[in-house]
Each structure stands twice: as C-alpha cells, then as structure tokens.
Design a protein around this ligand. Structure first.
Ligand SMILES: CN1CCCC[C@@H]1Cn1ccc2ccc(-c3n[nH]c(N)c3C#N)cc21
Length: 247
C-alpha cells in the first residue's frame, strides 16, 4: 500500500518510522511518502494560511498550496502505483467517526492520501476540487478537539497498516481484538504467577483450552457490558449464539 501524507509539520509523522509500521516500510509492505505543504508555496514566508472570509477568529489554510500539493501527490503516486488516484482521507472533528470497520475498508485500498489540516481548517474549495478527481472521506478520530490532523493521521495509519497482511507477524493476534467483532478484548496475564500478592485466574493455568476459551469469551462479554453497553446493544444475538457454539 502506498500512503501519502501532506502536513506543515512533516516531522510529526516521524513515529511512523518506528515499530511495526517502520518494519513494514522497510519490508516494502507500506510505501509512505510525507510531503511538506510549505514546499508548495511561492512567497518568501512560505505562507499557508490567511484570514477567514466572513470574519471570525483564527486563520484558514489557503487553497493554492493544497491544490498544488495534491496535484503533486496524484502525479508522483500514479507513476509509482501504475496509474489511478488515491482515496483522500481528511481528518476533521466534523467528520464521520473513524472505526475499525472503516480501517478494514481503507486497508483494502492500494493507495491512500492524508491531508493534515491546521488552524481553523482547510478552505472548503480544496475538498470540492479534490472530489472531482478522487474519493474523499472526512473522518474524525473522536468527539474531542485536536489542534490539527497529524495526531489523527498517526492513529489512522497505524490502525489501517496493521491490517495489511504480513504487517502483524501473527495474524491470530488480530482476532478477538476490541472492536474487531463487536466485543472488547479479554484481560491478559503473564509471569510471574503471583505479583505483589496477586495471582491469576486459575482457569488460565488449567490447560483446558475449551474452558479457557469460554472464560475469555465471558470476560469479553462482561467487560463490554460494563464499559461499552452501547456495543453490547448493537451485537447481533445470532452471532452471540454462534460464539457460544464455537467455545
Ligand atoms: C481547533 N480548530 C478549530 C475548530 C476545528 C478544528 C481546528 C483544529 N484542526 C484543524 C485541522 C484539524 C483536523 C482534525 C482535528 C480533530 N480534532 N478532533 C478530532 N477528532 C480531529 C480529527 N480527526 C482538528 C483540526
């Protein structure tokens, strides 16, 4: 998968050189290109913002640099991907919620581009223009306000890239994760068997895989009911019964 990210803070994306995503890049599973929006300005101060029409506090990101930056992304990426256009993802507090389901859908795409806004946001005409050339999704990380899109892109790229086959060594660990199948994850334990006077659930030492699976499933249900009753309410009861039969 090719990933392009445009930001006025390209160094914000440096963490994508680390850990599993960095390894995926080195192994060629992920081809990440970060672009500095200011490279697409032409004035001495490399200006990317201006005052809002209609007044109001703050500044708005100018359309010209964004237009040139996205033109560059499409041209450079097409040459590398063998044609086509990216799916453009623009993080924003007013976007559709970014969910595991969306991460799975986006992980199927061959090429994603991310536009990191700042200030009060990006001139709306950039979205309108982009929609004439590529799919555009405005997505929100959650119901709180950040200062820009970079943190959201770090989270989205990690959530998406880890689903690409080969990125996570053991695909098994992608199963029974929170939000993967509608339930939260079960509690996990490792050595020592007693720590500061606290032991671990006996069933985990029993060697009975069926009982362990049942315990884990019950813990997932208990945790989901306790912490995310909304998720439990959304569960398909048939799938729940199926889960029963599976353990
Ligand atoms: C504060 N400032 C004036 C109000 C509007 C937002 C603006 C800041 N800002 C600019 C670009 C930008 C992109 C994403 C987000 C963002 N916030 N919360 C999320 N879940 C986000 C996502 N995903 C915030 C951004």
């Amino acid at each position: 998968m090719r990933l392009d990210v445009v930001s006025i803070f390209p160094d914000y994306l440096a963490p994508l050189d680390l850990s599993l995503i960095g390894k995926a890049r080195r192994e060629g599973l992920v081809d990440l290109h970060v672009h500095d929006l200011r490279d697409f300005t032409h004035d001495r101060h490399r200006t990317v913002d201006d005052t809002p029409y209609g007044g109001g506090a703050g500044m708005v990101m100018r359309p010209e640099p964004w237009g040139e930056a996205l033109d560059h992304v499409v041209a450079a990426g097409a040459a590398a991907v063998g044609g086509g256009v990216p799916h453009l993802v623009v993080p924003g507090p007013g976007g559709r919620p970014f969910t595991q389901e969306l991460a799975r859908e986006l992980a199927q795409q061959p090429w994603l581009a991310f536009a990191c806004g700042r200030y009060e946001g990006i001139d709306e005409r950039v979205y309108d223009e982009a929609r004439e050339h590529m799919p555009v999704s405005v997505l929100s990380l959650g119901d709180y306000v950040l200062n820009g899109g970079e943190v959201a892109v770090l989270a989205m790229v990690e959530a998406i890239a880890r689903l690409i086959p080969g990125v996570i060594g053991n695909a098994e660990s992608l199963v029974e994760e929170s939000h993967e199948d509608g339930l939260l994850e079960y509690p996990v334990y490792t050595k020592p068997p007693v720590w500061r006077g606290r032991g671990i659930p006996e069933v985990l030492l029993s060697g009975h895989h069926g009982q362990i699976a049942r315990w884990r499933r019950d813990e997932r249900l208990r945790r989901t009911a306790q912490r995310r009753p909304d998720m439990l309410a959304a569960l398909d009861p048939a799938a729940l019964d199926e889960r029963d039969r599976a353990v």
